[in-house]
Design a protein around this ligand. Structure first.
Ligand code: NDP
Ligand code: ZN
Length: 177
């Protein structure tokens, strides 16, 4: 079990690294994209104590459908139904206008599965940490603050999932500029 868990997590890390290979984060140093899914998985495993390997794999894969050409069928064939459904739950519908997508995250948060809520909590926490420490250079103060406020509203729907992780989110939210 332990060895197959490790194999699954490494397979997900390697798959995500390949899919995101040409993408960068929005910080001034244009950090390789894969650092972000790795940060989520590490926060969940190391700091929050999550041992469910499929949740950790889903965290590593969480932006593959949204931000690369990866399809749900491809994830299903490679990683199975449970991981794919967690990833789909945290994937925005990019055919919708940005404002609508952001509103839907607020509306849908409370209805997500526990597994998807864990990944979302980690995602919002990592993004607030990034925004505080290494913001996109073209974001003015108002835009950074709006993002913090929106993340806070999404996390309102994720409460009651994992006290430790929620505390880490609050600590990151304290970094609001
Ligand atoms: P975006 O969705 O454009 O960008 C934020 C996303 O970028 C994050 O959710 C994260 O997504 C990813 N990301 C990549 N690099 C970083 C990084 N270094 N730090 C943090 N996140 C990173 O932002 P929004 O459209 O949400 O803009 C924020 C707010 O500003 C909104 O509330 C919007 O209303 C407002 N706005 C203002 C504009 C302006 O010009 N003033 C223009 C547009 C919006 P992931 O986890 O998926 O990688
Ligand atoms: Zn993300």
């Amino acid at each position: 079990k332990a060895t197959s868990d490790i194999a699954l997590i490494l397979k997900a890390a390697s798959f995500a690294a390949h899919k995101h290979r040409d993408q960068r984060r929005k910080d001034a140093e244009a950090t390789p994209y894969i650092n972000h899914p790795l940060a989520l998985a590490s926060l969940l495993a190391d700091v929050a104590g999550i041992t469910d390997a499929e949740v950790l794999a889903a965290a590593l894969l969480h932006d593959t459908i949204e931000d690369t050409l990866t399809t749900a069928d491809e994830l299903r064939a490679t990683f199975g139904e449970r991981i794919t459904s967690i990833v789909l739950e945290v994937t925005d519908d990019k055919s919708l206008p940005k404002a609508e997508r952001k509103k839907l995250q607020e509306v849908h948060a409370a209805h997500a599965s526990r597994e998807a809520k864990l990944v979302k909590l980690a995602d919002k926490t990592c993004n607030l940490r990034d925004l505080a420490a290494t913001p996109p250079p073209d974001w003015d103060l108002a835009r950074r603050r709006e993002y913090f406020d929106w993340a806070q509203r999404v996390v309102t729907g994720l409460r009651g999932t994992h006290a430790g992780l929620e505390a880490l989110f609050e600590r990151a939210a304290d970094g609001r500029p």
